[in-house]
Design a binder for this molecule. Sequence first.
Ligand SMILES: C[S@@+](CC[C@H](N)C(=O)[O-])C[C@H]1O[C@@H](n2cnc3c(N)ncnc32)[C@H](O)[C@@H]1O
Length: 233
Amino acid sequence: MARDPNRERWPEVYRDSPGIFARFAAAEDRGDRVPKELISLAGLKGARVLELGAGTGRWSASLASASEQWVATEPAEGMLSIGARGAGQAAHWLRARSQALPFHSGSFERVFAGFVFANLRPKDRAPALEEAQRVMASGAELWLLENHWEDDFQDLRRSAGLETHREIAPLVDEFGFEHVSTLDTQMEFESEAAAQEVLGTILGPLVQARLQSHPQRRLRHRVCLLRWRAPAA
Ligand SMILES: C[S@@+](CC[C@H](N)C(=O)[O-])C[C@H]1O[C@@H](n2cnc3c(N)ncnc32)[C@H](O)[C@@H]1O
């Protein structure tokens, strides 16, 4: 069956166009609200932190130095190579999928994943969560950053007929994550043409056409911070 030409292309971008993803990630959270909130809420000081699906290093770049040790894992080779040699180089980088982590049980006090779990195939979520929980020390915390379901970014997707839904619902309802906070952040591209190129490549031709007819370089992006706590020993 032919693939829908109007579909989001995240996996292809991770594999074939990591530079486009790096430009998307650089546009996110221009005010650094996420790192500020995580540093204040997640107690990273003195912690060994594992990041899952670290991509091109958007978060490790601003968070690694706040921790004792920051280990960034990422399965896509091109993404990892940008992350490891760029701003994320304060972290130690390893190639790994969340379902198979090369660490001993109980190795980390904090685990962090930005925009990873809601995007995993539903059948991969439980194995990835179990594996993250295996490598957590007793009393450790797993923090997720995920898209809110109402903002300009979701409106743009919806305007092109892309399916958007309450992506964090299964994480909260099935896996017991606590929705700790929602942050209002700003996604800001260097120009309207850059927004059209980057978002059009990732989100498909109808988004590209929409940004051509309604140019935009700033989008309100609301993001949710979720937490799961490992039982204390
Ligand atoms: C939306 S990107 C987020 C990247 C980065 N965390 C950020 O916020 O800029 C999702 C990332 O998850 C990675 N990923 C996909 N499948 C994965 C899996 N099974 N385990 C870990 N990471 C995965 C992708 O390669 C990609 O880097």
